[in-house]
Design a protein. Structure first.
Ligand SMILES: [Zn+2]
Length: 491
């Protein structure tokens, strides 16, 4: 991260930042919000278009029911109050990728309001209010590169024009760049759990604008804010805010004034730059969209949608800790995605020791998946396999070392654990005489450690177990090894 402008610690501590975030999330509907064109990302430019999303005069929008259901589901997951009646409005502005000359959005009567996200902050748990969540259509996309004449011309792709979005506006209650990062992380996690968006920032299905101002501590009035637009990762948003807060304090400390303006973040330099000032700012002249009826989500429909609300991450973590006797940390890792949590629970239910499954998934499975850059859904080892392997270790049939080897083989051969186990059936040495022979050799070779053990340093037994397991290439039955060692090491 680039260091923000040089501000003394004393100057910095005089001020507190006030941050509000506006997040746009693309909904995963099959078709667009007001026409039946495909909403899929990545098609050849201008192939998913029709008179409605091209903004031809006289073409009439028809609201996509699924988009409403997804938006309501997201609103419920974010603890919002869903309004029975909301109204679509025209937001008028000119832009080359907005052929109608206006965007259909919602203004004074949004779909949902008064939500909240719970985050962890430096001073403990904190609740960040959500002012509103509304539905709107996306605009097209201006392409400034990728064509032979890109240096002179801008190309327009209208495939994205009319793709459904929700805009989620937070209260100005975020007190630091770290809190902003945490808020966004929690929001993305919740939205992903609902399944209404893939929240893919690279493809633009989650975009964030940040409003930030500073004021002297204890002051209740807001300072003049600037808006940072189109930052494409949570980390960059944190860095951009850090820089911008430093910049604003620097301006105020040197007797200057903050100009209300929109700024762009340059991630390569770690700095924000002025894009347009308030004088040029838009006046959108909102008015109710005459081609659409008010949107009514009655109680019956709301309840129908509520039934498809999944268990959300926070609640799920609490339940998993209670159900499987795992730690808070385990639950955090294992609920990172809904699929991972689902998969873990399948294995945890099938195995004798859920805690062992939690350990195996985190230490043996996720490490190997990461090394091969695979998602949990593409794992060669199924959760049935994880459950079986956990039970085999639990029963002492295979050692931890054998398990590691078998997992390696599963990944090498792209075969599930039960199949690899059947083929390999690693033979554990349970023959006491054979193990005794190994132990005798090791005791003879390590008189110093034997002395330590006999002098009362019982932890040295770990050393001997390790040596025996090594000598047996991990095949000696650990329980037998332990028992025999204790017997043999006694003076
Ligand atoms: Zn269309």
């Amino acid at each position: 991260m680039v260091t923000p402008p040089e501000i003394s610690v004393a100057a910095r501590s005089k001020y507190e930042p006030v941050i509000g975030l506006e997040v746009h999330v693309q909904l995963l509907t099959v078709t667009k919000i007001f026409c039946s064109c495909s909403a899929r990302f990545g098609a050849t430019p201008n192939t998913h278009v029709c008179p409605v999303c091209l903004g031809h005069p006289g073409a009439l929008p028809v609201l996509n029911r699924k988009a409403v259901e997804f938006a309501v589901l997201a609103a419920m997951a974010l603890n919002c109050q869903v309004n029975r009646t909301s109204v679509f409005a025209r937001k008028n502005y000119f832009y080359p990728d907005l052929p109608k000359g206006y965007q259909i959005s919602q203004y004074d009567k949004p779909l949902a309001e008064f939500g909240a996200i719970h985050i962890a902050s430096a001073s403990g748990p904190k609740k960040i209010g959500i002012t509103r969540l509304h539905l709107e259509e996306d605009a097209g996309k201006s392409l400034h590169e990728g064509f032979p004449d890109s240096s002179e011309k801008t190309a327009i792709d209208l495939n994205r024009s009319g793709v459904p979005l929700i805009e989620i506006v937070s209260e100005p209650e975020i007190g630091s760049p770290d809190e902003a990062y945490e808020y966004l992380t929690r929001m993305k996690e919740i939205i992903l759990y609902t399944g209404v968006s893939d929240c893919n920032m690279e493809e633009g299905s989650l975009r964030c604008d940040a409003n930030v101002s500073v004021r002297t501590r204890g002051e209740t009035q807001f300072g003049t804010k600037t808006e940072i637009k189109n930052v494409n990762s949570f980390r960059f948003i944190r860095d951009a805010l850090e820089y911008e807060i430093g910049r604003q304090i620097g301006v105020l400390e040197s007797g200057g004034k903050i100009t209300q303006e929109t700024r762009l973040y340059n991630s390569a330099e770690g700095k924000t730059y002025s894009m347009r000032s308030k004088e040029e700012a838009h006046d959108y002249r909102y008015f109710p969209e005459p081609d659409l009826l008010p949107l009514v989500v009655d109680e019956k429909w709301r309840e129908e949608i509520r039934r498809s609300l999944p268990e959300l991450p926070e609640a799920r973590r609490k339940r998993m800790v209670a159900d499987y006797a795992i730690t808070d940390y385990d639950a955090d890792v294992l609920t990172a995605s809904r699929t991972l949590a689902d998969e873990f629970e399948l294995a945890a239910k099938a195995a004798k020791s859920p805690k062992r499954v939690a350990n195996l998934v985190q230490s043996e499975l996720m490490g190997r998946l990461k090394a091969k850059n695979l998602e949990i859904a593409d794992s060669p080892i199924s959760m049935k396999g994880v459950a079986l392997s956990a039970d085999l270790v639990e029963a002492g049939t295979i050692s931890g070392k054998m398990l590691k080897d078998l997992y390696d083989l599963s990944f090498e051969r792209n075969q599930d654990f039960p199949a690899v186990y059947e083929q390999e059936k690693p033979q554990q040495i349970t023959d006491t005489a054979a193990i005794e022979k190994i132990i005798d050799g090791i005791i003879t070779a390590n008189p110093k450690q034997v002395g330590q053990y006999r002098a009362g340093k019982k932890t040295v037994i770990g050393f001997f177990v390790g040596q025996v397991m090594k000598a047996s290439k991990g095949h000696a039955n650990p329980q037998i090894v332990n028992a025999l060692l204790v017997k043999k090491l006694e003076p």
